[in-house]
Design a protein around this ligand. Sequence first.
Ligand SMILES: NC(=O)c1ccc[n+]([C@@H]2O[C@H](COP(=O)([O-])OP(=O)(O)OC[C@H]3O[C@@H](n4cnc5c(N)ncnc54)[C@H](OP(=O)(O)O)[C@@H]3O)[C@@H](O)[C@H]2O)c1
Length: 302
Amino acid sequence: MRTKILLTGCLGQVGYELFQTLSPLADICGIDVQDVDLSDGLALERFLRHFEPIDLIVHPAAFTAVDLAEEQPDLARAVNTEASRLFAEAAAQRNIPMIYYSTDYVFDGNRSLDLCYAENDSTSPLSVYGLTKCNGETMVRKICQKHCILRLCWVYGLRGNNFFRTMLRLYQQGKTPNVVSDQIGSPTWSRMIAMTTAIIVSKIINIPHSEFPWGTYHVSAGGVASWHEFAAAIFVAMNQHTGQEIELPKPILSADYPVKAIRPKNSRLDNNLLAATFGLKLPDWQTQLAWCLEAIQNKPFR
Ligand SMILES: NC(=O)c1ccc[n+]([C@@H]2O[C@H](COP(=O)([O-])OP(=O)(O)OC[C@H]3O[C@@H](n4cnc5c(N)ncnc54)[C@H](OP(=O)(O)O)[C@@H]3O)[C@@H](O)[C@H]2O)c1
């Protein structure tokens, strides 16, 4: 019997890649806001009560508008915490596993910039988004014993609103942005996250659940960059590709770029547990960027 996966947020950056990447492994039922609004707990409970059969829940859907979450904390809590609780309960009731995606924003980022955060480091979110995702983690951990929590960092991809696409748009308009240089992390292509998930899902399907290493794992690109370095790398690649000479982004401090939600200064995640447990190590962020640009342009970018 083929495995059946319920995939949330299937039109989002990660969800869309997951839909395609998981398809060879299982029958995927992808849902997004037009199928059931995750902020409506009663509607979600009704949906889950009647949703059968199902072998695994993969749950990337989230309220990801970090600044808007400061203004709409109830909505962020409903989607990121409460809906995740309901999915965890649905998984626990059926004795099936669940994959939940979380974020570097569960940490405060105050750690020295040469250090990374490990899975068991204490969380201390600075923003409503970070707090609601962190509480989502807690729900999943507490309610659904067979869980994988995958913490991601600085996700970008071919769809949706993300930093990478904003930089490409500015480049195409011939505009040189000011970009913060005092926040660091590891820009990670959504497709790499989906491919990593597929390998984990394949193990979930193929080994007894009692032997699977359930728990929390960090999944981010190798290497480290500031937002400014990431933006500059996009502009350099585009200049090489187009032959134009658009001026490179200029570095600024986050204090000079006021936004509603406070971001961690250090978003570096330690991926060693993923490597030790599953033998998985994502390529460095520069390689992922080149691949993503190739995927857009269908031309070599090196
Ligand atoms: N993006 C990042 O940099 C980043 C970093 C670390 C971790 N993460 C985590 O990784 C996961 C995937 O992120 P992503 O970048 O793929 O996010 P995304 O592109 O914003 O996708 C999230 C999906 O969830 C849907 N959604 C939002 N509110 C909903 C609701 N009330 N009911 C039903 N669906 C709803 C969205 O639909 P709409 O588009 O219609 O709202 C969208 O399709 C999330 O759990 C996020 O917290 C992301």
